[in-house]
Design a binder for this molecule. Structure first.
Ligand SMILES: Nc1ncnc2c1ncn2[C@@H]1O[C@H](COP(=O)(O)OP(=O)(O)OP(=O)(O)O)[C@@H](O)[C@H]1O
Length: 356
């Protein structure tokens, strides 16, 4: 990034702060991690306006996982997929997929990465396939760019179409296929070069419920039978409620994760990044009226989170009416508040969030 860009005002947090965060998360990820994003930042600049689409996002996905990515419109999901697909480059942070450092790829490596390491399915059914080729020819096309021997291509295409339940579509052009069939052929195209990761941006977004279910089933088959790691951006509860892991993005950062053990048991977790930072769910922030600074307490088996103001209101004024200075200095100085050395005194459990 050039110095002129750096001097342009940005909304908080500053780029320097985000870069500092990125540096903090640069220990090597665990060995099973196929996708590792740490403190990922993407800032778009158009006509003097800056948008921080990703504001220090952390995401780790293990090989073989099938994960849904959800979040409000504009939260940064497509931006993340654009980066992981190699089409876009982050502003700061780290992004590694199958050992490729996405901030350091040269043009030739980037092309090879896009052809071999990732496959992509777009929401618009018409964007995924060439209209003048049959389904089988569409699936064989990417093999040309990775030099799969010509004689092997038809058999591999047939096998993929059969695995995804659309062998009967092999000789039809996209215009002769339903939307759901087109998306399933698109999954076969994305899987043609045996990628490590399959990225899908709203793959069921334009489909009715029944076709959406078939497309989801095909993604699941790709995951289970082809062994490809699948990451799906979706607003479709039919998809997000059926994968074992759903990651929620809020304001350009991962906020919560839901892990499903089976159809009836799901648990929601807040996400702790590798530097130890935690984003509290908005619901808790509002319910306990937490703002700006909170006090953490080390309990026997969990960490407590308290409103800093509660210490202030609970503290008895000493003789002379002066409040004692906070033991760490920070709270008293910046907010004009103070605390006793016992942060818990007088604080009711109704305004305490607790993390176990
Ligand atoms: N090329 C771009 N130039 C400028 N701003 C962009 C660009 N791409 C995305 N943005 C902005 O970045 C933010 C995140 O956009 P993104 O498309 O990643 O969100 P999303 O979560 O995928 O939304 P949706 O669910 O509506 O697709 C938005 O404020 C968007 O306007």
């Amino acid at each position: 990034m050039n110095p002129a860009e750096r001097s342009t005002p940005v909304t908080a947090p500053s780029l320097a702060a985000l870069e500092e965060r990125a540096r903090a998360g640069q220990d090597p990820p665990p060995p099973d991690t196929l996708i590792a994003c740490d403190s990922l930042v993407r800032i778009f600049r158009t006509e003097g306006v800056e948008v921080q689409a990703l504001q220090g996002l952390d995401l780790h996905v293990d090989e073989g996982e099938m994960t849904a990515l959800v979040g409000a419109s504009g939260s940064g999901k497509s931006t993340l997929l654009g980066i992981l697909s190699g089409l876009d480059v982050p502003t700061a942070g780290t992004a590694r997929v199958a050992g490729h450092d996405l901030l350091a790829l040269g043009a030739r490596e980037r092309l090879a990465y896009r052809r071999r390491t990732v496959g992509f399915v777009w929401q618009q059914t018409g964007s995924n396939l060439l209209p003048y080729l049959t389904a089988r020819e569409n699936v064989m096309l990417p093999m040309r760019y990775t030099r799969v021997p010509r004689r092997q291509r038809p058999a591999r295409a047939e096998e993929l179409l059969a695995t995804l339940g659309i062998a009967h579509c092999r000789d039809r052009r996209p215009g002769e296929l339903s939307g759901g069939e087109q998306q399933r052929v698109a999954i076969a195209v994305a899987g043609a070069n045996e990628p490590r990761v399959l990225l899908a941006d709203e793959p069921t977004g334009e489909l009715d419920t029944a076709s959406g279910a078939e497309v989801f089933a095909a993604l699941r088959r790709a995951n289970e039978h082809l062994g490809v790691t699948v990451l799906i951006v979706t607003h479709d509860a039919q998809v997000s409620d059926q994968v074992s892991r759903t990651v929620r993005i809020r304001d350009g950062r991962t906020s919560t994760e839901t892990l499903r053990h089976d159809a009836t048991r799901a648990e929601e977790f807040a996400v702790l990044d590798r530097a130890g930072r935690l984003q509290l769910p908005r619901e808790y922030v509002e319910r306990y009226a937490l703002s700006r600074r909170v006090r953490l307490t080390a309990e026997t088996d969990h960490v407590g989170v308290r409103r800093a103001q509660d210490d202030q209101s609970a503290t008895a004024l000493p003789p002379g009416g002066e409040r004692p200075v906070a033991s760490d200095g920070a709270d008293g100085r910046d907010s004009g508040s103070s605390s006793t050395s016992d942060g818990s005194s007088g604080t009711s459990s109704s305004n305490t969030g607790e993390a176990r």
